[in-house]
Design a protein around this ligand. Structure first.
Ligand code: NCD
Length: 338
């Protein structure tokens, strides 16, 4: 593993499988009476958020706390950033406070890379979403959710219908919607293809990024043509806050052509999942009926996000001992570690 997690495109298959397997151990901790591990006791994790976030920020916070790290939450609103402080000066301040890891969300693509390579800070940098570039932990939690569902539980065992169960080989994953502005789509295309899945992107021509031809995926404008072959259909939010122009005629027209409703869902295979990273625009890319159906994994994705972020923090901050005791009778919890 590298010291930073900036891009899903940097992960080898072995890296990705190691994170997924470690997350599986972390998920087992959540079933114990004492959910906390002492692994990162005395380490400091800073959540540096320059953009709004609900799920990702609280998920990183929960993950760091479950590993016993000290957590500092920094949001640009209400800080000296609104007085014009630069990323460099903010980073130097965090370094002076002894941050071992900085989790950064930033509206500019490339900000986490800058932080990791600038020399301003000595700890690990984790990208929690940068502009329209990447969101690697979201892709990891999505892959984790698929692997668990396809193998019928914790992964690692054989999977029905192909693959080893440790990766997603032979699976068809369809990603639908505002691909142009989506860091979730970009990270997923890279990670899912590294894990052996075949990815198809579906979007109106105006929301397909330039250069998509070099991505490891297929592209179509016709959602109905791919539903029957999909093992999972991932719906994306239309990101109005990033749109300066009109990209489609009306919301109604968008929903009619690219929205997932009950009728379309009924044309997916019986085992196929509906996924959404949240936040959802109900009535736009997804109807309430689909969002609330048992096939939609949106809430499960949030739960799995904590396990993935625990795994990422544990692996990046250099846990040399096993994160979780192999013997279930003596878990390395805070209590028996004293
Ligand atoms: C996504 C994001 O922020 O990129 N959400 C998330 O992290 N759960 C997707 C979105 O905002 O639509």
């Amino acid at each position: 593993m590298k010291r930073h997690l900036i891009s899903a495109a940097d992960l080898t298959r072995d890296d990705a499988v190691l994170i997924l397997d470690t997350a599986e151990e972390m998920a087992r901790v959540a079933d114990r009476p004492i959910k906390k591990l002492p692994t990162l006791r005395g380490r400091t994790v800073v959540n540096l958020f320059y953009e709004d976030s609900t799920r990702t920020r609280i998920s990183f916070e929960a993950a760091a706390k479950r590993l016993s790290a000290d957590v500092i939450n920094f949001s640009a609103k209400g800080s000296s950033v609104s007085k014009g402080e630069s990323l460099k000066d903010t980073a130097l301040t965090l370094e002076a406070m002894g941050a071992d890891a900085v989790v950064i969300r930033h509206p500019d693509s490339g900000a986490p890379h800058r932080l990791a390579t600038s020399g301003w800070i000595g700890g690990s940098v984790l990208n929690a979403g940068d502009g329209t570039h990447e969101h690697p932990t979201q892709a990891l939690l999505d892959a984790f959710t698929m692997r668990r569902r396809f193998t019928g539980s914790g992964g690692g065992s054989g999977s029905p219908g192909g693959g080893t169960g440790r990766d997603l080989s032979g699976r068809h994953i369809t990603i639908v919607g505002d691909i142009l502005h989506s860091r979730v789509a970009r990270s997923n295309v890279h990670l899912l293809s590294t894990l052996g899945a075949e990815v198809t992107l579906v979007a109106p021509p105006t929301l397909v990024p330039v250069g998509v031809g070099s991505w490891p995926c297929e592209v179509t404008y016709d959602l109905d043509s791919v539903l029957a072959k999909s093992d999972a259909v991932m719906m994306l939010r239309v990101q109005r806050e990033r749109m300066k122009d009109a990209f489609f005629p009306t919301e109604r027209e968008y929903a009619r052509r690219y929205g997932l409703d009950g009728e379309r869902m009924s044309r997916m295979p019986a085992h196929a999942l509906v996924m959404h990273p949240g936040p959802m625009n109900r009535g736009m890319e997804i109807t309430a009926e689909v969002a609330d159906s048992p096939r939609c994994t949106a809430v499960e994705q949030v739960t799995n996000g904590v396990s993935i972020r625990m795994a990422a923090l544990y692996l990046l901050l250099g846990g040399s001992e096993p994160a979780v005791s192999p013997r279930p009778d003596t878990p390395r919890t805070e209590e028996n570690d004293r």
